[in-house]
Write a protein that binds this ligand. Structure first.
Ligand code: PXL
Length: 283
């Protein structure tokens, strides 16, 4: 009998540009998990690649929304945070405490940097606040830039596997169980990701071809897919491999349509079948 699963995710809703909630909701739903999405902010579009945007901060709504649920019994199998303004992190910590039960897994995608630079509107104070959130989590899913900022490692595009493992070792001092690091290029011509078990130091890798484009939103797709498939009980090797294949197909579908407009993200809608097929095996 298939188990019903419910996940709470808190991140922004950027109307245009496929990222955050607009990808988390369909990806997690495709894995047959109820995705309860609470928007931290509403933007006209994301801030990477577009010239300007509107921004409505929903800080004052967050506790109002989740406290309203006190009238009902809500169990969350997982909580997943993505892009968050610095001034909301203390509230998110309260939400973790409110909903964390024995079997609730907390996933944090730090989501504040890419290509060695912090996203527009963030400063270094965000890194310390994010470390506080990470210390309360079970699994973190940084990209290479975020991993460098969080471990005080100077950023470069290419780290060797040994250098990557030493970054992971530093990050494991935050007390998390697992680290899922994406966007690695130590294998030539490949885009590689790694799941690192902080206790055993055991790791698994998955790779797909590397494309010389800076697509937006692929980190959010990666995190949503990894989290949903692992909640469905697939082992890390299969989760990572399927997630890489899902994103690879989304990129190929985008490229098939011609020269991509990178701001709009990737055509993941055409690749959802990869996730649907992966969980068919366990139905
Ligand atoms: O995909 C990361 C992301 C999420 N949300 C917003 C962003 C970005 C990246 O720039 O601007 C609003």
């Amino acid at each position: 009998m298939k188990k019903e699963l419910r996940l709470l995710t808190i991140q922004d809703y950027s109307c245009l540009g496929r990222c955050s909630l607009t990808v988390a909701l369909p990806v997690i739903s495709a894995c047959q998990i109820e995705c309860v999405g609470v928007p931290s902010a509403i933007l006209s579009n994301h801030t990477a690649g577009f010239r300007s945007w509107t921004y409505l901060d929903l800080k004052d709504e967050l506790l109002k929304i989740v406290d309203k649920w006190d009238e009902y019994k809500h169990h969350f199998d997982a909580i997943y945070t993505g892009y968050l303004p610095t001034n909301q992190i203390d509230i998110i910590k309260q939400i973790f405490i409110k909903f964390k039960e024995k079997d609730t897994v907390i996933f944090v995608d730090p989501c504040f940097a890419d290509y060695g630079k912090m996203y527009a509107g963030f400063d270094k104070s965000h890194i310390d606040k994010m470390k506080e959130l990470i210390r309360m989590s079970d699994v973190i899913l940084p990209n290479l830039s975020e991993a460098c900022f969080l471990s005080d490692t100077p950023y470069k595009e290419n780290f060797t596997l040994d250098e990557t493992l030493s970054i992971l070792d530093k990050l494991s001092t935050f007390g998390v169980k697992k680290i899922v690091l994406s966007g690695l290029t130590f294998l030539e011509g490949k885009l590689t990701s790694i799941v690192y078990d902080c206790k055993s130091k055991h790791y698994v890798l998955a790779s797909t071809p590397f494309y010389p484009y800076r697509f937006h939103g692929t980190g959010d797709l990666f995190a949503s897919s990894y989290i949903a498939l692992s909640m469905r009980g697939l082992d890390d090797e299969l989760v990572l491999d399927t997630t890489q294949k899902f994103i690879d197909l989304a990129i190929r579908k985008t490229l098939e349509l011609g020269e991509p407009n990178l701001c709009y993200g990737v055509n993941f809608e055409s690749a959802l079948s990869v996730l649907i097929d992966a969980i068919k095996g366990i139905e």
